[in-house]
Design a protein around this ligand. Structure first.
Ligand code: GLN
Length: 198
């Protein structure tokens, strides 16, 4: 059984922990470098990426996170977690750091005020059984991806139609939306399989 950490600096740690357990992984909170060293993969939760970035620096975790991701540790980020896995962000705070790893440009708070929260069905490449329910909360979108990143989902309706909302690059996975809030654990199962395969 893979041991999967949940970065527990800030955000919806509890929901991811439950989803991982239901997807047959052993979930553990990660706040310290020693805890990071002991996990096979890592989930970076939704929350507030500027706060997460600050706390990662304050806890001495940013360097170790970058090193483990660069060394091939699988990681999955939802929403703020997607921002943390982006090589480049738009509309970030000036001092905002990311872990990086996915060759993509992510725009924070991309859907604007009016649409801060909405739900939309998502056709997700590689996930069987019909569309997922995408929950978007002050979500980012992916402005563009590099050649090594694979687009797994785009919005297919609404004013933001066509925008990229799920990306994979090797062992790294990112979604604009929050599957951990829906009770549908297919994205977490996909990630647990990626950790098993790594
Ligand atoms: N707007 C948040 C950020 O920029 C992300 C929101 C979320 O994770 N639900 O970090």
């Amino acid at each position: 059984t893979p041991v999967i950490g949940v970065l527990a600096l800030q955000g919806d740690v509890r929901e991811h922990t439950i989803a991982l357990a239901e997807a047959d992984a052993l979930a553990r909170p990660v706040r310290r470098p020693e805890e990071l060293a002991e996990v096979d993969g890592l989930v970076i939760p939704g929350g507030e990426s500027t706060t997460m970035s600050k706390l990662a620096v304050a806890f001495g975790l940013l360097g170790p996170l970058r090193e483990r991701v660069a060394a091939g540790m699988p990681a999955y980020g939802s929403c703020a977690g997607m921002i943390m896995l982006a090589d480049k962000i738009l509309d970030g705070r000036e001092d905002q750091e990311t872990i990086g790893g996915i060759d993509m440009i992510v725009r924070r708070n991309a859907f604007g005020r009016q649409n801060e929260s909405f739900e939309s069905p998502i056709d997700f490449t590689g996930i069987e059984g019909g569309p997922l329910q995408g929950v978007f909360i002050r979500a980012p979108w992916v402005e563009s991806v590099g050649a090594s990143a694979e687009v797994l989902a785009r919005l297919t309706a609404g004013p933001a139609q066509g925008h990229i909302v799920a990306v994979r690059q090797g062992g790294l996975l990112a979604t604009s939306f929050h599957p951990e809030l829906t009770g549908d654990h297919r994205v977490h199962r996909l990630f647990v399989d990626m950790v098993r395969a790594a």
